[in-house]
Design a protein around this ligand. Structure first.
Ligand SMILES: [Zn+2]
Length: 351
């Protein structure tokens, strides 16, 4: 099968610091769960090295990339650079791998784009990607490098003439929209919660170009998500007839996630992704938001299951998966009592 799972050991261990919403394990549990389920066959997993600074300049400014490298080397930045690039401010902390970690996620997204361009792969999964808030000259919303934008730009540089970007994260894809919605070769669709940071992406707002935004009210669940997909996004995509799909599959709209008021279960979330994959177009599938480690690991392992043709809707944890899920740590009031489905099965609902 022409599918590929991109990762790196750099994503093992948490780094963002105590109290930060991203101070949780996200990528390695997905890899380990898929392996424990026997869902990763020989040759399907590829380990990725960090992108070189010049590669990131396809989207980011040279000054910004240099500031990230300096912050990693020195573990500090001068006041002017912090202010300009928002590094070490606004919940974008300086940490040990502040350059290498996001540069690895970005390298994976760009590598995935190149695999699709070459026709070597039909579907590429990069759960470390999806950092859609990053801006060319500054960090934004926990995102240091905008890997979805870099992937789209890689596809365009490689000759693509129609790229579809779909974003189902609970937050609006402001960084991607701001810099790519005016390119006639790109169309963007974002479903997100209304009145939620960054508060852009209002209904009817085209981002000055070809973006379509679908804000959902607090409490919206599977029905709302699937309705928008079926009534608006999929018909639009069929009309646009893209050569490539970049899907940001942030899972912070799931009901057990603490960073949004949306209420999808992973059944609706997977159904949405399954319908996008059923377009049978070369697709790069990225992670994104996801702030409950139990929910995120299960949701994203399920995505790889869908890509593999497995059935996550009925997948129960075997001994290995149970051990991985039970080992996750989460300093959050929602983790005081761990619901059974967080460690016993991939799916949310009882069968
Ligand atoms: Zn988000």
């Amino acid at each position: 099968m022409m599918i590929c799972f991109l990762g790196s050991d750099i994503f093992r261990g948490s780094v963002y610091g105590k109290g930060h919403p991203l101070n949780i394990a996200r990528v390695w549990p997905v890899i380990d769960i898929c392996q424990a389920l026997g869902w990763i066959e020989d040759g399907e997993y590829r380990s990725i090295a960090p992108a070189r600074p010049e590669a990131l300049q396809l989207f980011h400014t040279a000054d910004y990339v240099q500031a990230l490298q300096e912050a990693e080397a020195e573990q500090r930045l001068c006041y002017q650079k912090m202010q300009r690039h928002r590094i070490g401010l606004d919940n974008n902390p300086i940490f040990a791998q502040i350059y290498r970690r996001p540069a690895t996620a970005a390298a994976a997204s760009m590598h995935g784009a190149n695999l699709l361009l070459a026709g070597d792969m039909q579907t590429v999964f990069n759960p470390a990607g999806g950092t859609h808030h990053g801006m060319p000259d500054r960090a934004n919303g926990f995102c240091f490098v905008n890997d979805p934008a870099l992937a789209i730009l890689t596809l365009l540089e490689g000759g693509a003439s129609r790229v579809a970007y779909i974003d189902i994260d609970a937050h609006h894809a402001d960084g991607v929209e701001a810099h790519l919605s005016s390119d006639p070769r790109v169309k963007l669709w974002s479903v997100h919660e209304e009145n939620r940071w960054p508060r852009t992406g209002l209904a009817g707002d085209t981002g000055g170009g070809q973006a379509r935004n679908f804000p959902l009210a607090r409490g919206a669940g599977n029905t709302a998500l699937l309705e928008i997909l079926n009534q608006h996004i999929l018909p639009d995509i069929r009309q646009f007839s893209p050569e490539f799909i970049v899907l940001q599959a942030g899972c912070d709209g799931l009901i057990d996630d603490p960073q949004s008021g949306l209420a999808y279960t992973n059944k609706g979330y997977w159904q949405a992704i399954e319908q996008i994959l059923a377009l049978h177009l070369p697709a790069l599938v990225l992670g994104g938001g996801g702030y409950n480690p139990f929910t995120t690991a299960r949701a994203w392992a399920g995505i790889w299951g869908l890509i593999k043709g497995k059935n996550p809707y009925q997948t129960k944890a075997n001994e290995g998966v149970h051990a991985i899920l039970s080992s996750l740590e989460w300093q959050h009031r929602r983790a005081r009592t761990i619901p059974v489905h967080w460690t016993e099965q991939l799916f949310d609902e009882m069968l």
